[in-house]
Design a protein around this ligand. Structure first.
Ligand code: DX5
Ligand code: ZN
Length: 218
């Protein structure tokens, strides 16, 4: 199983974003994780489609993976597609019409994912699993970078992985929150193949951190 590292720019110093994105690109990091927060679904506000469009002008080739922590995802989807987003993950807890929201994402030509908060059961994706490119298991409560990984989420990753195998579903399992050099191998062992890393990627030397994370996966 090939494992993907997805740096979350929430962990970056926003004054250095252009430079950091170039460093990631030079080290062949294929994807940028973009945390969109509305101050309503989560108690924090980040950025939206206009700012993402500016980042798109810095890199043409990195996959832009938007993680929407917002109450009204539907109203953002067309603008995210226009901003150059390749992949959108919405929260199951925030989308009462999940089938429709996922259909809209697909119709806009983007990949679709569903994120599950720590206390949300994996049953949430049961009837839409075949539509998904990704399921995101939150390993912290969403809203802020730099929080501590919730150890009980390892069982949830394994449960989702087992369900995925049983049903021969094609989505990848992404994890997000509190991932560091000490636990990355363990989340992979439990079935995660797409690892979002915020503060542990951008604190200190970005180049060294990229190399250390890739080495930890060998
Ligand atoms: C948290 C965000 C994460 C965040 C992770 O709500 O979804 O993507 O950037 O940051 P760390 O890796 O510091 O927990
Ligand atoms: Zn995220």
């Amino acid at each position: 199983m090939s494992v993907k590292i997805s740096p979350s720019i929430l962990g970056a110093n926003f004054c250095n974003l252009e430079q950091d994105i170039k460093v990631l690109e030079q080290h062949a990091v294929p994807v940028l994780h973009l945390d969109v927060m509305d101050g309503h679904f989560v108690p924090n506000i980040t950025f939206g489609p206009d700012q993402i469009k500016m980042l798109r002008s810095v890199t043409a080739k990195m996959e832009f993976d938007a993680h929407l922590m917002v109450t009204d995802a539907d109203s953002l989807l067309a603008r995210l597609a226009d901003a150059g987003v390749d992949s959108v993950t919405v929260h199951g807890e925030a989308c009462p019409h999940l089938y429709r929201t996922l259909t809209t994402i697909k119709n806009l030509g983007m990949k679709a994912g569903v994120a599950l908060n720590p206390a949300t059961p994996i049953d949430t994706i049961k009837h839409v699993g075949h539509m998904l490119d990704r399921v995101l298991i939150m390993t912290v409560e969403p809203g802020f970078g730099g929080q501590k990984f919730i150890p009980g989420m390892l069982d949830k990753i394994a449960e989702l992985n087992q369900y995925k195998q049983e049903k021969s579903l094609g989505f990848s399992i992404q994890v997000d929150g509190g991932i560091n050099l000490g636990n990355i191998a363990e989340v992979v062992r439990h079935g995660a193949s797409d690892i979002v890393i915020g503060s542990s990627m951008f604190n200190g030397s970005l180049e060294k951190n990229i190399q250390d994370f890739y080495a930890a996966l060998k």
